[in-house]
Ligand binder design. Sequence first.
Ligand SMILES: [Zn+2]
Length: 338
Amino acid sequence: MNEVAAAAENWRIIGHEWAVGFLRRSLLHGRNRHAYLITGSPALGKTRLALTYAMALNCVAEAPAQRPCFSCRACRAIDSRNHPDLILAGAEAQLKIDEIRNVLRLLALKPYSARYRVAIIEDIQLAAPLAQDALLKTLEEPASHAVLILLATSTERVLPTIRSRAQHIPLRPIPQNQIRTRLAARGCEEERADLLARLSGGRIGWALSTLEDETPLAFRHDMLETLGEALAGTRLSRLKSADKLSRGAGRDKALLRNALEVWQSFWRDVLLQCCDSPVKPCNIDRREEISQLAGRVSVGQALASLAATGACLRALDTNANPRLALDALFLAYPGLDD
Ligand SMILES: [Zn+2]
């Protein structure tokens, strides 16, 4: 194992060797910053990395290279998200300006017991520009003991003024073989580990939680069935499928987004098959349906379906009506009467 991978192992972080190495070196050389922006898709390990960094900042292990030790009081309290100098905000909610101001007020207080007070704000990209704007003063004149860690799915919806004042740490998807190895180490059998690793898209958190609770796999199964039914029907039956879906998953945007991601990965597989690509499909357990569909649609139709699914995802992010977006999508898919 090289030095960088060993450091990541030391922090008990799966993958993200570059990020861990960078944060660890900055701590060892006293170059830690007051503000960070960690970006990456959901369940990629952003919160885990932020918490581990907060532990390293406040760990009382004598040798700095041993921090975080995971066993001192500070490490354990932060690990269990229960430390008086740790402020957590934004998980699963869109932060309003008052809530952001409150986080900053708490962050400015003197530490109770730690070296640094650390605030971790999740999903900052969901906060309105005005609410994000409230962060600027803290970013420009941080208290000496304050560390602000912002998490976002991407930099797209984060104000440029914030991006430029925080140290950006982009997290990349974790390689499939690394995820496979981790799943196998937890007793997951080979075929299942392979499927989960492929479906995870490099999100280790997703792979590990799905190993424990298979709800996402059951949802994926249902959504692939819905897609299969729609594609086997006429325009009218496709509209009926869209209608049924918008009454169910369509009410919940997060669920609808998950459904669209399932179809996106399926169409990508169909497109690869249409082009005779040697790349193995993501939906490796659905090989038969993928080749059947690839035999029926043209490369152009597969490509158009993939593009339409992506467009529908983006439309949802800009507050499009889910029902209308689904109708348009299901009509864009090739049916038997096309
Ligand atoms: Zn410690």
